[in-house]
Design a protein around this ligand. Structure first.
Ligand code: AGP
Length: 412
């Protein structure tokens, strides 16, 4: 942005620029949420757009039309808590919001694309959103579709073999992750079809996508992604049910069950986690899961490490015996997701080597040293998020602004 006389010259290179306007001011920002909040109209600049703003608040050199800002139709109830992370965990009660603002139409469009496109499917994202992709991979398997899951930071290694025979589905809360934008720019120039699952609107990734599905979970402030993950997983389960049953009956029952029992269940989880984190003298924490709970275990580990700085790892339960079991000792706390016979046998391997096993799921097991009851996958995810939150607070840390991390990673 260059300031001269009473004008501002704005040029967009790689990072996002959105210009907002209200009755008496312009706001130039890379953060769409600020613009949507403070302005009545806005415009998103593309790479190499120039724009001159003068004191009469008029644009010039910009052949774009101003759009009306999207006033919040998704009324997220402001929940008063000590940290954004906690309030955002609690906002996962509002799962029905995924259907607002014509988003159900976007979801049906994606389902029909997956059903009828006969293309090879690639899923890509970073961090927490990558774990949602991996969960999607397992859910697509249940429908007989094999997809390829690629870390966003590794995506550029695959570009030479991707053509219009592929459908690219990306997940990004911010829509500004640089590791995704770089390959998507090349793919969109090569006319490869991109569908994105996003939370923020008017993001760079939205403008690179042929179509989008939105989380509608409201702005996520805490660096540690929580509600966005819960909404990503739930949207994937909506897609999965539509693929398998072509019906939302099961999902609607779950939305009502989660909403009707939310306060009671989450309160019980908070109390149980408080007991657990002060009960054991540990120096590392593992999360183990199998099948579609493997990505959930990875997310539990990422949440804990990023807000508490503790050594924490997620594993596919059956993988431990291939090496990582050597790490297990009496100071190893292991959260075991579900209690089917396979994951229980993995838990027993750990227990016989001195590890402490905390079960999560619907049914307790005598193999567990303790147990957090979670009668829905969303409550299991919330429990994992609360484990991270509570360890962080118990260590006097700030879970909203963890050291070394940014909310949106736009760099390589
Ligand atoms: C998650 O808690 C982290 N903040 C980080 O891993 C994040 O999920 C990742 O950077 C991807 O961000 P995005 O969803 O905005 O693309």
């Amino acid at each position: 942005v260059i300031n001269f006389e009473d004008k501002l010259l704005v040029h967009k290179n790689s990072n996002p620029i959105i210009i907002g306007k209200n009755s008496d001011e312009f706001i130039i920002s890379s953060d769409n949420n600020i613009i949507q909040e403070l302005c009545d109209e806005f415009v998103v600049l593309d790479d190499d757009d120039f724009c001159l703003i003068d004191s009469e608040l008029s644009f010039s050199y910009l052949n774009k039309v101003l759009k009306k800002t999207l006033k919040k139709n998704v009324n997220i109830k402001e929940i008063k808590t000590t940290t954004f992370m906690e309030s955002e965990i609690l906002e996962q009660k509002n799962l029905k919001n995924i259907f607002f603002d014509e988003n159900l139409k976007n979801i049906y469009e994606l389902v029909n694309k997956i059903k009828n496109c006969n293309k090879k499917i690639i899923l890509s994202a970073a961090g927490t959103s990558f774990h949602a992709c991996l969960f999607f991979h397992y859910k697509l398997l249940e429908y007989g579709i094999l997809s390829q899951v690629i870390l966003a930071s590794e995506f550029e290694n695959y570009l030479d073999i991707i053509d219009d025979d592929f459908l690219i589905i990306v997940f990004s809360q911010s829509g500004e992750t640089g590791d995704l934008i770089r390959p998507l720019k090349i793919l969109s120039q090569n006319c490869v079809e991109i569908v994105s699952v996003l939370n923020n609107r008017n993001s760079s990734i939205e403008y690179l996508s042929k179509s989008c599905v939105f989380l509608n979970c409201g702005e996520e402030i805490s660096v540690a992604s929580t509600k966005a993950f819960g909404f990503q997983i739930f949207i994937i389960e909506v897609i999965s049910d539509l693929l398998k049953y072509n019906s939302l009956k099961k999902i609607s029952k779950r939305i009502n069950f989660i909403s009707d029992n939310f306060e009671v269940e989450v309160d019980k989880i908070f109390k149980k986690v408080d007991e657990i984190i002060f009960n054991y003298d540990i120096d590392k924490v593992f999360f183990i899961g199998r099948n579609s709970l493997f990505p959930i275990a990875l997310e539990g580990a990422l949440k804990l490490k990023e807000v508490s700085y503790m050594h924490s790892e997620g594993f596919a339960g059956g993988e431990l015996k291939h090496g990582s079991l050597a790490l297990v000792d009496t100071k190893t706390l292991v959260f075991c997701l579900d209690n089917n016979s396979d994951i229980l046998s993995n838990a027993i391997e750990i227990k016989t080597r001195g590890g402490i096993i905390i079960g999560l799921g619907t049914i307790q097991s005598t193999e567990f040293d303790d147990f957090i009851k979670t009668d829905d996958l969303i409550f299991m995810i919330i429990a994992l998020q609360i484990i991270g939150l509570k360890y962080s607070l118990s260590l006097g840390l700030s879970p909203d602004k963890p050291r070394n991390l940014a909310k949106s990673v736009t760099v390589r």
